[in-house]
Design a protein. Structure first.
Lengths: 182, 182
DNA sequence: AACGCGATATATCTTTTTGATATATTATAT
DNA sequence: ATATAATATATCAAAAAGATATATCGCGTT
């Protein structure tokens, strides 16, 4: 069966909600998962081919004909659902974080304080914009939390809001310290 | 010159502080940078070879002879320092975050609420342990913040403390909601 | 009607990185 | 004396990112 490809689990998870094409999957990742996960076409299409060969997914008829050019839709199989559940039931999870912002800050002593302040400000502006979007999602989702599926989506958004607000508090504090230091 | 290898900048940054071997570099990454960056031997040694060929670093005599087996130490060159500064002065930074914890939670509807609670608890325990270490670093560093180089280290630790405390607040809230939902 | 352009859609290639493994040396504990 | 843990370098396969190629479709402009 599947080895250790995380993208397989992303795809199986998304297909457990609805039938999707590779292009649809990319859109779902970019929209709903973007602030805690990423995925490229270069990993999605090979994963789809491999998982179809292994019987974890199968080609499905394009139900909602969006009118656009023909697409190859996939559905999850019972074997695929088993693989997904077995992954979900393992509580251990690897969180792989790479903050280039922090890396630049760590080596900030090589240049002047203003360079580090600029790096923090660029980060701050990105987060302010992203937080606005997240808060919109949060507002929409909190209206119908009775829907059992929506609570999981809501909790990930809550995670984003909580961490982003922490980022912004840190940006202010860090810039204050750097200005004082000169 | 160098293309787009982030590991190059990590190594150049560390070498701007002191001469190091590949093994030393790995230790520095695992200790000082671990909660916001990672690096494997499989990327460090090829990067060292490539950057030496390009003249960004050079072999250096092993100053502090630690008594252990001989090691190949490297020093940054003036070209290397130029490359490092040019990277630092670009305020744009890519922060690449992959939370498998959040991914599992997002698909939590496939299994029962207890499965998601277990995933959150495993995350919570990891963060509690890591936060303890970070707070120790923070206490040590805040004693001598007059040292110009230490402030940058301190700020990255502050970032870790702020985000980890946010994680823990979220863990409590998320578990409360999942327990209520059942 | 012809044209260009942006969105949709699949696929593949190169480069970067991880994770595993191989190999050898030195220090330490039993 | 011997096992084993830490030190040290190196390489390989697998995974993923990022870039690029190719083609279709819908829409607005001229």
């Amino acid at each position: 069966m599947a080895k250790d490809r995380k993208i397989d689990m992303v795809i199986l998870g998304l297909l457990s909600h609805e039938n999707l094409s590779g292009y649809d999957i990319k859109k779902r990742i970019d929209n709903a998962l973007s602030f805690f996960w990423k995925g490229s076409f270069g990993s999605i299409y090979p994963s789809l081919s491999a998982m179809e060969k292994d019987g974890l997914i199968r080609k499905a008829e394009n139900t909602e004909n969006s009118g656009s050019r023909e697409k190859i839709c996939y559905a999850i199989t019972s074997d695929g659902k088993k693989a997904l559940i077995s992954w979900l039931e393992d509580a251990k999870a690897v969180n792989d974080l790479k903050y280039e912002t922090l890396l630049k800050l760590f080596f900030g002593g090589v240049t002047d304080a203003q360079t580090s302040i600029n790096t923090i400000t660029a980060f701050e502006n990105e987060i302010i914009a992203a937080l606005e979007v997240l808060k919109m999602y949060q507002a929409n989702l909190s209206n119908n939390l009775d829907n059992k599926d929506h609570i999981y989506y809501y909790l990930t958004v809550l995670f984003g809001v909580e961490t982003y607000e922490g980022y912004l508090r840190w940006c202010k504090e860090a810039k204050k310290m750097l200005v004082k230091q000169g």
